[in-house]
Design a protein around this ligand. Sequence first.
Ligand code: AMP
Length: 279
Amino acid sequence: MQIINTIVELKSALKPLSLENKSIGFVPTMGALHDGHISLIKKARIQNDIVVVSIFINPTQFLANEDLSKYPTKYESDTKICNLANVDFLFMPDINTMYKKDEILIKAPKTKGFILEGEKRPGHFDGMLQVVLKLFNIVKPTNAYFGKKDAQQLSLINQMVKNFYLDINIIECEIIREMDGLAYSSRNIYLSKTDRIEALCISKSLKLAAKLIGSGELNSTKIYDIIYNTLIMSPNIEIEYITIVNRNFQYIKNIQVKDSIILIAVKIGNTRLIDNIWI
Ligand code: AMP
């Protein structure tokens, strides 16, 4: 595996490979790699000739009140993980490599970009799309891998690929969970022992909802209620939203099987967690 920090170096390493028609699988991350990230890398390894992973904690997707400097970094173990996963190129640029002063900006679309995460974290998606577009133009991947865990992000990236006519396949990857159901997240390390136990009610509520839907209940309000009632059993959980949308992120009164997503965002102490289930 080659570790690369500059755009020029990465481009010149990748260019001859793409001229040889080698497929390039790309996994963009912010590091502190866990099994969720690893599942994306494994999929990319299986489906492509070349695998590129990027680790870049993108400042433009953090809000002023979100502590960017506290985002976990584990460069040493991340490098080991990528090596073991047979990654070909690990791209770790710094901020000055990725951004210049007074750049052209990207705006998330008014509807899909300003609900849920877009409402709770205004500007987050603008920054996310900006960095993903930059990374796409640097790596020029054949296939790019994203987790369903960040469902709204995934939907916006799919839209950006369409709107900007990018020649990239977006590969949607399943949510990976710990044994007890908690979705892997770089932020889980912030949870105390008791927070960690309380956090289990998130996946539990989604599981209960899926079971109810499986038994024929399609009414969104009823599904909402079972999730709400499960979450409030944990006293330290502050619910930000429980929402049921179709795959285009429009609110729906009735679940449409194979076209719905149930999304949850909560805060436990200072830790914000999101999770969802695709129905
Ligand atoms: P991040 O490093 O948080 O920006 O995440 C990088 C990629 O990993 C994104 O596409 C996420 O959706 C994906 N990801 C994060 N957590 C999980 C998980 N538990 N299961 C599957 N994919 C995940």
